[in-house]
Design a protein around this ligand. Sequence first.
Ligand SMILES: Cc1cc2nc3c(=O)[nH]c(=O)nc-3n(C[C@H](O)[C@H](O)[C@H](O)COP(=O)(O)OP(=O)(O)OC[C@H]3O[C@@H](n4cnc5c(N)ncnc54)[C@H](O)[C@@H]3O)c2cc1C
Length: 442
Amino acid sequence: MSAPRVLVVGAGLAGSEAAWQLARAGIQVELVEMRPQKTTPAHTSGDFAELVCSNSLRGDAETNAVGLLKREMEALDSIILRAARAASVPAGGALAVDRQLFARSVTAELSSHPLIEVRRYEVTALPEGPAIVATGPLTSPALHAALETALGEGALAFYDAVAPIVAADSLDHERLFAGSRYAKGGGDDYLNAPMNRDEYDMFVTELLAAEKVPFRTFETGEIHYFEGCLPIEVMAERGRDTLRYGPMKPVGLTDPRTGACPWAVVQLRRDDLAAEQWNLVGFQTKLTRPEQRRVFRLIPGLANARFIRYGMIHRNTFVNAPAHLDALLRLRSRPDLRLAGQMTGVEGYVESAATGLLAGRMLAKELAGEPVEPPPAATAMGGLIRHLTARRPDRFEPANISWGLIRCPLELVTIRDKRERRHLQAAAALDLIRRWGATHSS
Ligand SMILES: Cc1cc2nc3c(=O)[nH]c(=O)nc-3n(C[C@H](O)[C@H](O)[C@H](O)COP(=O)(O)OP(=O)(O)OC[C@H]3O[C@@H](n4cnc5c(N)ncnc54)[C@H](O)[C@@H]3O)c2cc1C
């Protein structure tokens, strides 16, 4: 019996990659894209795989987590990476592309593939499977509503508020103390930056005066902040003490150097298994990046903080993946449907394309009636799946790939030299992904 035709909805980074992976496995694909008839607030063309903002696919060194992810994708014959290399422009250690050349070549290759039929219309209801839905952070409102109805209220985020993440090795640990509120949980899950009254007052004054990013036109008028994750500066506008009773509350925390409870505390929560990245708890913000650097470096211990991710708020449709997706990217309540791309809760062009690649490969294998497994946790691809499935649902937020998500093989844990360890980890990951690819291919 021949495999059924697969519907792929959305020809962005993820959908294009998924369609390619299915077609190269010999499966017929209907690839549906709503542009140019109906567009999103950020896209400007009818091309597939349009890069809506920066033209950079970020770092290219294999000791960089996103560099490793790229190499893994290339080992699995990624169309997105192949097109990106062919359209690359000089960008130092990063892979940047001529965006038109890039998008046009992906469009041309998929449109002329004998197994892919391209159709241009807006999908407004959840399709019957087998299908991959990859409609991205700007999923059209009708399909967003259909997904929300199917998964239940609160399953989808609409505005995405993320707090900054800073690098552990850029913090002044002399000025911080470890410990959870009321000494609950692991002793080193949080770092605390204590503030006295003057420090707090100065911080609030600078925060209120700081420059904010204006909303882009497509966001204007639609913004409804969730009370649970208001931008820090919006909270501060409600009263000088609001932060001291909110994200900067000091209760349950004793500074071991003074034996007293500070006036206010900024908590940093460990963001990765390796404790190399720390999230400023409750500090989602629309401050401009220079202002985040200026104002947040006023926090004791953060004077030289290096920002791995800046805080931001923008429109972003994504599911609460740990609650709704399995490790094979299928909706738990509709296993005939897979999600891929940014809407799964990964962040970034490369990560979005990577989940499209995985969804395509895993569906092809499933349609062949063979057992399917997610890639090993010691690969960057496996790290993305781990992020989507192993986080606590109430703490889930979109993430880029990082070393903190990639499991370090036991035999490499003891290597102290980080560069050497990363090289060995990358070699091991590439070996593992090639083997996974060999068992998950046409
Ligand atoms: C404003 C903005 C700026 C961003 N900037 C960056 C950046 O600089 N760097 C970075 O790494 N990441 C960035 N991202 C995040 C993200 O990586 C990209 O949005 C990326 O394109 C996501 O890939 P995707 O395949 O999931 O979605 P997309 O590439 O957006 O593809 C989804 C496709 O689905 C189509 N579609 C939507 N709804 C329907 C429907 N109902 N029926 C049919 N088709 C539909 C869309 O037209 C689109 O072509 C940005 C996101 C946004 C919103």
